[in-house]
Design a protein around this ligand. Structure first.
Ligand SMILES: [Zn+2]
Length: 303
């Protein structure tokens, strides 16, 4: 048992230490972070939560989602164009689309290039905001709470690899629910702690990404959160992500055989391809390390 605090999802006050983590990906510090599991609802959360100063240092200028360059920038754009096509039902005109945590705006650009000009982004990184605005996008810099959007201002809200970064996910999702129209929907992309990849790689699983990921969800804990915030899950898609396996191997080698990791870094795209069958299997088992969830807004039951 560890020092008591209130679970932001269920209010429970009993936790177990799940695993000790450090920043293995960006290596911004040697600090250790404890991931705690709520004994009532199973929510996984860093405890104590890193403060603002620690978090500012955890997002260096080269943090990949905040910049856009080279082959990874190209691959990201290609993936976003695919998402925009597959999710046209939620993203095509006349849906008013908001992307919270839009980074450099790739997904918004993909939606706009398919003919829907009504796209807005929210992003905390000034560097990412600058890139997105240069690309002609309408971006609010800051948190969703800073934006002052009227109730019902949007029909679809996108939350791509953002929910795990926000300090209070329930308060955040309730704000998302408020800015959605009555028949609105939210689409989330996030890591899945109930995955084969987490089992295989343990503390080297990329989905932990401490200290940037403040909360780590399973399909179960995400479902509870969404219900509490006034949403109903309609679809959970387990994505095929060879990158999870390539990174898992690299982070493991980084600790035990750093020279070999140097070689693997250059082979990263090849590793992704080699591991794609494993990623396909975990997706087939509906236990992929990354999921995409579509949830419909319900009328709020809050008083
Ligand atoms: Zn809980």
């Amino acid at each position: 048992m560890i020092e008591a605090f209130a679970c932001p999802l269920c209010g429970g006050t009993s936790f177990n230490a799940e695993i000790t983590l450090k920043d293995r990906i960006m290596r911004t510090s040697d600090a250790l972070f404890l991931l705690a599991r709520c004994l009532d609802c199973g929510l996984l959360r860093l405890h104590p939560q890193p403060d603002g100063v620690a978090l500012a240092g955890a997002y260096p200028d080269e943090y990949a989602p905040h910049v856009r360059k080279g082959i990874s920038g190209w691959a990201k754009s290609a993936l976003e164009r695919r998402s925009a096509r597959l999710l046209a039902e939620h993203l095509a005109e006349p849906r008013r689309v908001l992307d919270v945590g839009c980074a450099t705006g790739d997904l918004l650009l993909a939606i706009r290039s398919r003919g829907n000009p009504d796209v807005t982004g929210v992003e905390t990184s000034a560097a990412a905001v600058a890139v997105a605005r240069e690309r002609g996008l309408n971006i609010v810099e800051g948190e969703i709470f800073d934006a002052g959007f009227p109730a019902g201002a949007f029909d679809t809200v996108l939350i791509s690899h953002t929910l795990e970064h926000v300090p209070d996910p329930l308060v955040f999702m309730r704000e998302v629910q408020r800015v959605l129209s009555p028949d609105g929907a939210v689409i989330l992309w996030l890591p899945n702690a109930g995955s084969v990849e987490r089992r295989v790689f343990g503390r080297f699983w990329i989905g932990y990404d401490a200290p940037r990921h403040l909360t780590t969800f399973t399909v179960g804990t995400l479902g509870s959160l969404l219900r509490s915030a006034g949403f109903q899950i309609e679809e959970v898609r387990h994505e095929v992500i060879g990158l999870e396996w390539a990174w898992g191997l690299r982070l493991l080698l980084r600790e035990w055989l750093p020279t070999l990791e140097g070689i693997m870094r250059r082979l990263h795209p090849v590793l992704i391809l080699l591991f794609t069958p494993a990623a396909m299997l975990s997706a087939r088992l509906r236990r992929s390390g990354r999921i995409r969830v579509v949830a419909a807004r319900r009328e709020s039951t809050l008083v």
